[in-house]
Design a protein around this ligand. Sequence first.
Ligand SMILES: Cc1cc2nc3c(=O)[nH]c(=O)nc-3n(C[C@H](O)[C@H](O)[C@H](O)COP(=O)(O)OP(=O)(O)OC[C@H]3O[C@@H](n4cnc5c(N)ncnc54)[C@H](O)[C@@H]3O)c2cc1C
Ligand SMILES: NC(=O)c1ccc[n+]([C@@H]2O[C@H](COP(=O)([O-])OP(=O)(O)OC[C@H]3O[C@@H](n4cnc5c(N)ncnc54)[C@H](O)[C@@H]3O)[C@@H](O)[C@H]2O)c1
Length: 462
Amino acid sequence: MKSYDVVVVGSGTGGQTAAHNLSQYGVSVAVVENSSTPGGVCALAGCQAKKWYYEAAETMARARDLSGKGVTAPPEMDWKTVRDQKRAFTGAVPDSTRKGLDAAGIDFIPGTAAFRDPETLTVDGQPLKSKFIVLATGARPAPLPFEGAQYLVSSSQFLELDGLPPRIAFVGGGFISFEFAHFAARLGPAQQIHILEAGPRPLGPFDGEMAAHLMDASRAEGIDIHIDTEITGIEKNNQGYVVKTPGKEDLYADMVVHGAGRAPAITNLELEKGSVDFSRHGIVVDEKMRTANARVFAAGDCADTVQLARVADYEACVAAKNILAELRGGQEAVMDYRAVPSVLFTLPQYAMVGATEEALQSEGIRYSRAMATNLSWPTYRRTGMKHAAYKVLVDHNNRIAGAHIISDNAAGLINIFKQAMIHHQDAGQLYWEHVMTPYPTRESDITYMLKPFVKHDPLAGL
Ligand SMILES: Cc1cc2nc3c(=O)[nH]c(=O)nc-3n(C[C@H](O)[C@H](O)[C@H](O)COP(=O)(O)OP(=O)(O)OC[C@H]3O[C@@H](n4cnc5c(N)ncnc54)[C@H](O)[C@@H]3O)c2cc1C
Ligand SMILES: NC(=O)c1ccc[n+]([C@@H]2O[C@H](COP(=O)([O-])OP(=O)(O)OC[C@H]3O[C@@H](n4cnc5c(N)ncnc54)[C@H](O)[C@@H]3O)[C@@H](O)[C@H]2O)c1
């Protein structure tokens, strides 16, 4: 039996990042993967794949916003061509993943990994020896508790459709439903688009006031958002699907899409046998990404942390560094989730970093805020965007505690606040650093968001 320093389970972004980072230090690594299409969700059916639809949808959204401002006809959209372009990209991923591992001297082992006991990992029942293990098995659509859940189209299937039908219902009011509903509103023959959220509000991790504003922007595009909607069943008939919600009218759709959360893909790992603790939220890890079994680490969507691609990568780097510290000596690393940016790729985007206002209130943290909605800065007058908004929260030391932006390129703008948080920067100082930003740009608009935090002596930060 061949033995390795490290066996990584999963060839998604987390698994590949761990494997490549370890291998470049001369550590012997194998990656175990049970899918016939290695490469993981982000590249094949997540972040990268969906962005093909986002780019086309953004063009449509911009054209519609500019109608009456010199753009006389919106472009025509062809979902199938976008899908084919996406496929041309995703189709190459499995091969390039295998080749990349091979070029780095990392063995690729096809099969399903599972623990036999705390010391033994098996692949399709055959033991595989290693000093350390990194679990990076990802997540999959969460099982849902109502009848007819088998009719739901998964996010992966949605991205593979030949075209969109006119009536679409999205189950769940989170990332996937909002993004895909916005794509459908721009790229499909949409007559009815519904988002059905079980809780009292959608977009739970985002700021309530800002989420409400994004809901207004969504409704303006014809997306109906239903809250407190418990689905008891989905029935199929010859006209499509009937979504049953007690106390409310039946809802009719041609397609019902799963956007109700992703559960860690850990059931086939037999974690109990490996003495690896877990909950329904994922594998329990400490700040070094170590599990309850000291020689087993976990990273990415399978861990009970945050389900985002670059979080998976960072966690994988932390795990790799801590394994290297044990194998070779050297410094250890820990995770810090305080400045993780999230972006909803809706149109406009909603990007946030740090705390929501509700979180600061519930933790009793003193803060001040600057907020404005329906921004009429020249940027948005030029683009015709009606729902641009921001909220900046600073703590009692005038440092950024949270930032929330609804805009085009909100993803780029939020990075400025992320950097400021990492470096514990004073908000007034951040203002001065942005006065000489190239003008006029989204980035130079940041001074308008920060001006309220320039304290006392107005020129003090110069
Ligand atoms: C529609 C969609 C859009 C998204 N958009 C974004 C976005 O814009 N930005 C962002 O940051 N994040 C986004 N995400 C989340 C992001 O895709 C994930 O956080 C990321 O892919 C997680 O990577 P991972 O390596 O942890 O897992 P994965 O990429 O899921 O990889 C896990 C791998 O492990 C394999 N595996 C599982 N069990 C076993 C086993 N027992 N043995 C062997 N192999 C196994 C699987 O086959 C898979 O290849 C999106 C997700 C979805 C679904
Ligand atoms: N842009 C991005 O970064 C991006 C995009 C897509 C997905 N993702 C990642 O993938 C994860 C999964 O995405 P998601 O949108 O499926 O989940 P989500 O966790 O973002 O949202 C799920 C929503 O569904 C609701 N819900 C749960 N069960 C329900 C039910 N039975 N009926 C109605 N509503 C129900 C929840 O209350 C929640 O609001 C996200 O949490 C995110 O981490 C990220």
